[in-house]
Ligand binder design. Structure first.
Ligand code: ADP
Length: 154
């Protein structure tokens, strides 16, 4: 017996888990995607957050359910208006990376009050500019699932 409290043991367990151990495939759209097609993609892919990438697969923005709902309050033609009009843009996107702990990712979700984080790998182009390649996503659902698994652990 290690002498550690159950809380300390759970904390230890949580800090061992990495984002790469739990991340899901990213659901992405391009900047020019219409609001209508974005809504359809959300339903078909069963996600609440879409990640917007450019033609090279680099992170450009994020769109939430409420971002899309907000657009529907105006006179907007949802077939014509692209998601780039209302998406949250770089550099304001909160991201995580494969080696980060799930604990840190969960902290970011809470502190920034968002439902999902794109998982990215940072690349530097020939001009020394940083680009974020989207390699996955992690959401509040993943954290909740982990919580349940920890609750069921022997
Ligand atoms: P909802 O808007 O449906 O409640 P969120 O709470 O995830 O969903 O999103 C709140 C706002 O934050 C939205 O405007 C969304 O574009 C933005 N957002 C969502 N995820 C991120 C992120 N990882 N980084 C920065 N902004 C985000």
């Amino acid at each position: 017996y290690s002498g550690k409290s159950p809380r300390a043991l759970i904390a230890e367990e949580l800090r061992k888990l990495r984002v790469k151990d739990v991340k899901a495939v990213p659901v992405v759209v391009r900047e020019g995607t219409s609001v209508y097609d974005a809504v359809v993609t959300m339903f078909l892919e069963d996600v609440g957050t879409l990640i917007v990438v450019n033609e090279e697969g680099f992170l450009e923005g994020v769109i939430s359910r409420k971002d899309l709902l907000k657009v529907t309050l105006g006179q907007t033609d949802i077939h014509k208006v692209p998601v780039s009009v209302m998406m949250t843009r770089m550099p304001n996107i909160i991201t995580t990376f494969p080696e980060e702990t799930v604990y840190m990712a969960a902290k970011k979700l809470i502190e920034h009050e968002v439902d999902a984080l794109p998982v990215v790998r940072t690349l530097v182009d020939s001009e020394g500019k940083e680009k974020l390649e989207v390699v996955g996503r992690i959401t509040k659902t993943h954290i909740t699932r982990l919580f349940v698994e920890l609750g069921e652990a022997e």
